[in-house]
Design a protein around this ligand. Structure first.
Ligand code: HPA
Ligand code: ZN
Length: 330
């Protein structure tokens, strides 16, 4: 079959997806109109033209501004539903969705509104399409640890109500100058509470941040992690311990972590035995969903169909699904 048909047909999990980064310009404009929010762009096309980034921070500035149109439970529902419909087309059978509550609570949106909108969409999709999902509440690392701790405390009263979805804690936003150690205490508390732990590391930040995320935060999985290659000892540890990396090739390209797709190290990591997965990160901003990312890797890195199968299987293996649910997808 054609490459796209083949990749779509592989049962796969998406493990690195920021729901706010799935907000397409069309929906952003619709929500802005619905909520009476002013967007500083004349049109959807003008907004898309602004999506030219030279760093993680240049993207984050637009991403946080774009999230400003999200006000009501229905907004969070509609954004989540739009992503899930797109994921279904891509043959995604399970998704672990990151969300940034601080981006919303800082604007006066209630924690409950954020959870309720996403959960209504995810529960509907679970019963209608059979796609399972988990939520990973992510702290913004450019803010203080005290702010993260307060965010955790604000969310904990909702834990019981959303225990079918909210299973994990993540760490995202600007990496440089915000090392994992800054969040050691709040991550220790999250671990004691029984949450699964992940953190962005080694995207723009150095390999040291990957090691620190493992040692100081006790995370089970690294988001991005592509710069781990710069530290041979760390790389060997990732291989030996089969610590998953949730790699996002289009993101790395659009944020200029790499200069061109052929320079991406995904194939090299995979062939060394790293438990690598392919994900879309912020698909509305980076120009492609998860299958587009697999295809770009196949075309530019010479991945074989067998390697594409391995990547899809890794995504199931690296997920937080219980073993019996993983086995249904292998
Ligand atoms: N890195 C850090 N923070 C983010 C990202 C990312 O790739 N996407 C959304 N928030
Ligand atoms: Zn990310």
């Amino acid at each position: 079959p054609a490459l796209r048909t083949f990749v779509r047909s592989l049962p796969k999990a998406e493990l690195h997806l920021h729901i706010e980064g799935s907000l397409e310009p069309e929906l952003m404009f619709e929500l802005a109109r619905r909520n009476g929010v002013d967007l500083p762009y004349a049109s959807v096309d003008a907004l898309r033209l602004a999506y030219a980034f030279d760093s993680l921070q240049s993207f984050l500035d637009l991403y946080y501004a774009g999230a400003g149109v999200l006000i009501t439970e229905r907004d969070f529902h509609d954004m989540t539903m739009a992503y899930m419909n797109r994921a279904k087309e891509d043959g995604v059978v399970h998704v672990e969705i990151m969300f940034d509550p601080q981006t919303h609570t800082a604007r006066g949106v209630a924690m409950e509104t954020v959870f309720a909108g996403m959960a209504r969409a995810l529960r509907k999709v679970r019963s209608s399409m059979g796609i399972t999902s988990y939520l990973i509440l992510s702290f913004l690392r450019h803010l203080t640890e005290a702010d993260a701790m307060a965010t955790l405390e604000a969310a904990l009263p909702l834990r019981e109500q959303y225990k079918d979805l909210w299973i994990g804690i993540g760490l995202d936003s600007g990496e440089r100058g915000n090392p994992p150690g800054k969040f050691a205490r709040v991550f220790a508390r999250c671990k004691a509470l029984g949450f699964r732990l992940v953190a962005h590391a080694g995207e723009e930040g150095p390999a040291d941040y990957v090691r620190d995320a493992l040692d100081l935060l006790q995370v089970e999985r690294i988001d991005h992690g592509v710069r781990s290659e710069e530290d041979a000892l760390l790389l060997q540890r990732l291989i030996d311990q089969q610590i998953p990396l949730t790699v996002c090739p289009f993101s790395n390209l659009k944020l200029q972590v790499i200069k061109s797709m052929p320079q991406h190290n995904l194939a090299r990591l995979l062939r060394l035995g790293v438990m690598a997965t392919v994900n879309s990160d912020d698909p509305a901003y980076f120009g492609g969903y998860v299958v587009d990312n697999y295809i770009a890797c196949a075309e530019h890195l010479g991945l074989t169909r067998h390697e594409l199968v391995v990547l899809a299987q890794n995504s199931i293996a690296a997920s937080f699904l219980p073993p019996e649910q993983k086995n249904e997808h292998f």
